[in-house]
Design a protein around this ligand. Structure first.
Ligand SMILES: [Zn+2]
Ligand SMILES: [Zn+2]
Ligand SMILES: [Zn+2]
Length: 136
């Protein structure tokens, strides 16, 4: 009994740590980056499972970058039942530093009669302003 409880406490602690990381990050983070920044060493599967659960709960969203990796960021308005991730903000991936960030810019997601939208992933690829200013 005692072990189950401490495991549960540890999971709660990890969940909070992951959400805090995403809240304080200036860019979207990959599962690897999240894992590296956590104090405890959690295995990859646990991190992915946790992230999946957060996505299902409408707490975080992800966008798949150029390299096929998923980048996770906090949701601000998706905590709804049932959670839907209809994000209309843009994401930017920099080809130089590889960073993915959520942009404040939004686009109008068109109505698609006859289709059921589950999520949107809007990604722009180019060079970010930090990389542009560091090469000039
Ligand atoms: Zn969302
Ligand atoms: Zn960059
Ligand atoms: Zn985003």
């Amino acid at each position: 009994m005692k072990t189950t409880e401490s495991k549960k406490t540890r999971n709660t602690k990890h969940q909070k740590a992951v959400l805090d990381l995403l809240k304080n990050a200036e860019k979207a983070l990959t599962a690897d980056e999240i894992r590296e920044q956590l104090e405890d060493h959690i295995n990859k599967t646990t991190v992915y499972r946790m992230l999946d659960r957060f996505v299902e709960a409408g707490k975080i969203h992800f966008v798949t970058g150029q390299n096929g990796k998923s980048f996770y960021a906090l949701c601000k308005t998706c905590n709804e039942e049932p959670p839907q991730h209809i994000h209309n903000h843009l994401h930017f991936q920099c080809e130089v530093c590889g960073n993915v960030e959520c942009l404040p810019n939004t686009v109008k997601v068109p109505q698609l009669p006859g289709y059921n939208i589950r999520e949107t992933q809007l990604l722009i690829i180019g060079t970010c302003k930090r990389c542009i200013s560091s090469t000039n």
